[in-house]
Design a protein around this ligand. Structure first.
Ligand code: GTP
Ligand code: MG
Length: 474
């Protein structure tokens, strides 16, 4: 038995010293795979497990090039972009698969990793062409940054009005509201006051996120990175004054910073990162939202529609000009953490995902991009178990609880066959689910003993990889 940590160590030492020869880099095809999702959706775990399972392909039967032996080798190589932080694969993998497995730390910015696959095409083509190398550049970025696209269409006054009305529908934000009542937008800007307001507003966004709400934009407020504390991140929505605002007033300065945020933060992300993506996976913690209740589900639906808007060229003139001639060829919407459900319920979760995207899909078909919805678990932390409870057979999952380390069985509740049973009350603004209760437990990653050639256990990661990359590996 070999632990995956040992395998990863071996790989980490050898491979990145490989230097690419010029001829290789010129003629070898590159696929740029974007991985996004709102905070805690499962991006880091997804990328780590995908890479580990592409290096050790024993658990990837549904990836045709892996099952057929078409992929003959996989290794990490230096990434092409020198200024993007490297995705810290080795640290995340050893967190998930070490002796005391734990979930990786939260990551707060864009990062990149290049995985190179040696592929021997099958049949006649293979005989003629011989083996080739395909580089997969994986780019991890927060979904919140896609939500920011909507800001480009908004004025400061329109944005302020939207946000203040939305805050009324959500938990949290009391501190910010109290501060607003003591704030005169026409008064001269006072920087410490602007910072205190921003602090309170950021706190409100964090509270909303914790309560299961999705759209907590502007995206950089929760994930400021090295912009923390700078003027582009020091603005808040204000009630619009009914008289003209003098120069140098709080309102005018906030308006100016809002415009600077659009120009200096939002646009560069779309220009430098988003516009180069070929394939995209959007990870969604749909189970988390269902557990949080109807309002969180409706908020997720709206956020998904907004996020998917970024993939519909034409929606935003600035973005379509930027993307001329380029498009994302495939978009996968994946409900993550499906190992919280017995497999008998996976199809229902997928149906809910499909329904969540329906509006966005109806409005445009993503300019010909191929789309799919799936339920997956990048790292399976549970096993399935049938339990009898009060004479009823319940399809449960069992795992090690994160808090106590004890084994526990979870019956998450029965997802409805018809997604409308959840989505309609959500749309109508219901405060709680009427008929059912959806539970969730936080499991720790299971201790693994992996056979050589096997990556970490997952659910349908191979199917996801086939959809996203399969055609480029044949
Ligand atoms: N059971 C289970 N839990 C998962 C899985 N993937 C993610 N999780 C849980 O979701 C949490 C967030 O996963 P991450 O991969 O760190 O999510 P992220 O999107 O990178 O989060 P940020 O970096 O904070 O934006 C983990 O700490 C786990 O608790 C999975 O496949 N199965
Ligand atoms: Mg992360």
């Amino acid at each position: 038995m070999v632990r995956i940590g040992d395998i990863a160590d071996g790989i980490g030492r050898g491979v990145e010293t490989f230097s690419a020869s010029v001829s290789e880099t010129f003629f070898e095809p590159v696929v740029r795979l974007g991985v996004t999702g709102l905070s805690r959706a499962g991006k880091t775990v997804f990328i780590t497990s995908l890479v580990a399972n592409l290096m050790e392909r024993g658990r990837m039967p549904q990836l045709r090039a892996a099952a057929s032996g078409g992929i003959t080798a996989a290794y990490l190589r230096p990434q092409p972009d020198d200024t993007i932080p490297r995705f810290d694969y080795e640290t995340h993998l050893s967190a998930l698969t070490g002796t005391a497995p734990h979930w990786p730390e939260s990551t707060r910015a864009v990062s990149e990793l290049r995985l190179s696959l040696k592929v021997r095409p099958s049949g006649l083509i293979g005989a003629v062409r011989g083996p080739r190398t395909v580089h997969v550049d994986i780019v991890d970025y927060p979904g919140e940054w896609l939500l920011d696209l909507a800001l480009l269409d908004k004025t400061y006054s329109g944005w302020s009005a939207d946000i203040l009305s939305r805050m009324g529908q959500r938990p949290g934000g009391d501190g910010f509201r109290v501060m607003l009542t003591e704030t005169d937008p026409t008064a001269e800007l006072d920087e410490p006051h602007a910072q205190a307001l921003t602090g309170a507003y950021t706190e409100a966004l964090k509270e909303a996120r914790l309560a299961g709400f999705s759209d907590c934009s502007p995206g950089r407020f929760l994930l400021p990175g090295d912009l923390a504390g700078s003027p582009v991140l020091t603005f808040v929505p204000l009630p619009e004054p009914d008289r003209p605002t003098p120069r140098g007033s709080l309102w005018r300065e906030m308006e100016r910073r809002f415009e600077a945020y659009k120009r200096e933060v939002v646009k560069p992300f779309f220009r430098d990162h988003f516009s180069r993506i070929d394939r995209q996976v959007v990870l969604v913690d749909a189970l988390g939202a269902i557990h949080a209740g109807p309002r969180a589900v409706e908020d997720l639906r709206l956020a998904m529609t907004e996020i998917l808007g970024a993939f519909r060229p034409g929606r935003n003139p600035w973005l379509s000009a930027l993307l001329t001639g380029r498009k994302v060829e495939k978009i996968l919407f994946a409900a993550t953490k499906a190992d919280h459900l017995h497999h008998t319920q996976h199809a229902r979760l997928t149906a809910i995902m499909q329904e969540l995207m329906r509006d966005a899909r109806r409005r445009a078909d993503f300019a010909g991009a191929d789309t799919a919805a799936m339920s997956i678990a990048a790292l399976r932390a549970t096993v399935e178990e049938m339990r009898t409870h009060e004479g009823e057979e319940l399809a449960c999952v069992r795992g090690k609880l994160l808090e106590t380390g004890r084994q526990a069985a979870l019956y998450p509740g029965e997802l409805p066959e018809d997604p409308a049973v959840l989505l309609e009350p959500a749309r109508e603004g219901a405060a709680a689910w009427l008929e059912a209760d959806y539970n969730i437990m936080h499991f720790a990653p299971a201790e693994l003993t992996l056979r050589p050639g096997e990556g970490p256990p997952h659910i349908r990661l191979d199917k996801a990889a086939e959809f996203l990359l399969g055609d480029r590996l044949r």
